[in-house]
Design a protein around this ligand. Structure first.
Ligand SMILES: [Zn+2]
Length: 235
């Protein structure tokens, strides 16, 4: 069973359509972009009723905000259990910035809220995706948020959410250049998660912003994008 990863470029974040035996949506854009999200699915011949699963890499609203539009077709929503509260609240939680740009962005992101959604699946341990038509696994890793998860596909690709981002100027410049994300709740967990992903030697890393990234590029810049807490700037 092979899986194609199709990036869906939304207003400020990426969602992904995984095409295997059945289609799975990963992430769901900001609040209020249901029409754009469903249009992007339609462009690949997929309706919400076709989806077997909606997997959320984490609970921030720039990745969950339009989930109710996609979930209206009946697909279950899966999220790392520790982020279920964020999803239910439709809010962004702590958002600890890792530097001055994060501190500037924080109030804007904090204001981005929606009515929230109830996940049907709270992921606490690796969840194999074959029951949903995809050869791969959703793994809760924490780091960026306590319930951040990655999807590792048997074909070799990985979807890593906001553990790392790509490019400059909201990914308009050099989107394949690995960059440290602006926010992290647990820098050491981000590092552990990145090491786990790299140990699986993914062919490409698909990110919540910018990307895709190469494993070689991420490995080269690992200390910059996922520094150990003692080496990195203070939150
Ligand atoms: Zn995020």
């Amino acid at each position: 069973m092979s899986t194609r990863v199709i990036p869906l470029a939304l207003s400020i974040s990426n969602a992904y359509l995984l095409l295997g035996e059945r289609p799975v949506l990963v992430d769901a854009g900001v609040p209020g972009e249901e029409t754009r999200l469903l249009g992007a699915l339609c462009a690949h011949g997929v309706t919400p009723e076709d989806l077997s699963l909606i997997a959320l890499t984490h609970g921030h609203t720039d990745h969950t905000g339009s989930v109710n539009g996609a979930a209206a077709g009946g697909a279950p929503v899966a999220i790392g259990a520790a982020d279920a509260g964020l999803l239910e609240a439709g809010a962004n939680g702590a958002l600890p910035p890792i530097g001055p740009v994060g501190a500037l962005l924080r109030p804007l992101i904090k204001r981005m809220t929606f009515a929230g959604a109830s996940p049907q699946i709270r992921v606490t341990e690796p969840l194999r995706l074959e029951p949903y038509g995809i050869a791969g696994v959703m793994v809760p890793v924490g780091g960026h948020t306590p319930g951040s998860s990655v999807l590792l596909l048997d074909d070799g690709d990985a979807v890593v959410g906001d553990l790392v981002r790509g490019g400059f100027a909201n990914a308009k410049i050099r989107p394949g250049h690995p960059m440290r994300h602006y926010f992290a709740e647990d820098a050491e967990a981000v590092r552990r998660a990145m090491e786990k992903v790299l140990a699986c030697e993914p062919s490409r890393l698909f990110t919540g912003h910018g990307g895709p990234l190469s494993t070689a590029g991420v490995r080269r810049r690992l200390d910059a994008i996922a520094p150990h807490r003692t080496k990195g700037p203070r939150p």
